[in-house]
Design a protein around this ligand. Structure first.
Ligand SMILES: O=C(O)CCC(=O)C(=O)O
Ligand SMILES: [Fe+2]
Length: 305
């Protein structure tokens, strides 16, 4: 059985104040009282069978389409991420999502986000997701085109020492507070996006050039990671400065949702539209914190006006 329950946690007050990115009604009739404010949809998956249950997978697909973010609580142990494997396969078969790209033959679709001192998942290279560092606001794989539209994080062990809080902010609310000239400049192909060394696939291609902000299906979408961006014009540079200044303020504003370990405890999964939400995490304190990540449905950025 799939239950649609409001997100009950200490974060609910903050969550209620987040504008709905799609500005559309998000709940069915008996939940209509919730439509004026967006909260993180929360589903239960009592067993692995839910990942192939048409009702459950359709709800997931529609929440990803509408709010672009949701949480699922797994009612069973899933150390191999079989729920996400089956779920993404169902989204592919029945809802048109493209399958993930494998990281490697042995690890397949999945990547472990976990502090590591050795045994890195890329040979001889520690990825930033293998550190305890804070990650500033970003979208995943902004240097890739096509770019994965969705990602999910399964919490295998939450941070037991109070670190590793995941924050999210919607592109819709972010663009609302940017000036018109900045919005316009961010939509021009005047940004060089450097491909981090460990992700360069063709030696001759070390960067891509394009826009940071675009429209897709009537909504604002973004790809962004500050440390790999070079503006190519003065307008682009001024726009990037305004965007960075705005993002600095967002963390402590009511535009950001902060998901602590009590919001995303061990056994939860968060699924996110990587084009309509930016995310960040603060410093990890628990060296045993362990998330598993998967990204799927790679599509060209901004090709669908
Ligand atoms: O550790 C987290 O909470 C988020 C990790 C992340 O953003 C990433 O691996 O891209
Ligand atoms: Fe990320």
């Amino acid at each position: 059985m799939t239950l649609l329950t409001p997100f009950r946690s200490s974060a609910i007050f903050t969550l209620r104040r987040i504008p709905n990115p799609s500005n559309r009604k998000v709940y069915t009739s008996h939940h209509r009282h919730l439509t004026t404010s967006t909260i993180l949809p929360h589903l239960q998956a009592p067993s692995l069978l839910e990942a192939r249950n048409p009702k459950h997978t359709s709800l997931i697909a529609s929440h990803l389409q509408e709010q672009g973010i949701l949480k699922v609580t797994l009612g069973f142990n899933d150390p191999q991420s079989t729920y996400l494997q089956h779920l993404i396969d169902s989204l592919h078969r029945h809802h048109g999502h493209k399958l993930p790209i494998s990281h490697s033959a042995s690890r397949g679709w999945f990547w472990d986000v976990r502090p590591a001192n050795d045994n890195f998942q890329t040979e001889n290279h520690q990825a930033r997701s293998e550190t305890m560092n804070e990650f500033p606001w970003h979208t995943d794989c902004s240097y890739e085109n096509p770019t994965p539209r969705f990602f999910a994080l399964q919490v295998l062990r939450h941070d037991h020492l109070g670190g590793g809080t995941l924050s999210v902010t919607s592109v819709a609310s972010l663009t609302d507070i940017l000036s018109e000239s900045t919005r316009r400049a961010l939509q021009k192909d005047e940004f060089q996006i450097h491909i981090p060394r460990e992700f360069v696939k063709k030696a001759e291609q070390k960067s891509i050039t394009g826009r940071i902000l675009a429209r897709s299906q009537g909504q604002s979408i973004m790809r962004f990671r500050q440390d790999i961006l070079t503006p190519l014009t003065e307008d682009a540079s001024a726009a990037l400065t305004e965007l960075n200044d705005t993002l600095k303020k967002v963390r402590s504003s009511n535009h950001a949702v902060h998901l602590t370990a009590s919001d995303l405890p061990t056994g939860s999964v968060i699924l996110v539209d990587n084009f309509r939400w930016l995310h960040a995490r603060n410093h990890v304190k628990d060296p045993e914190r362990h998330l598993r990540r998967v990204r799927w449905d790679a599509v060209p950025f901004g090709s669908d006006p």
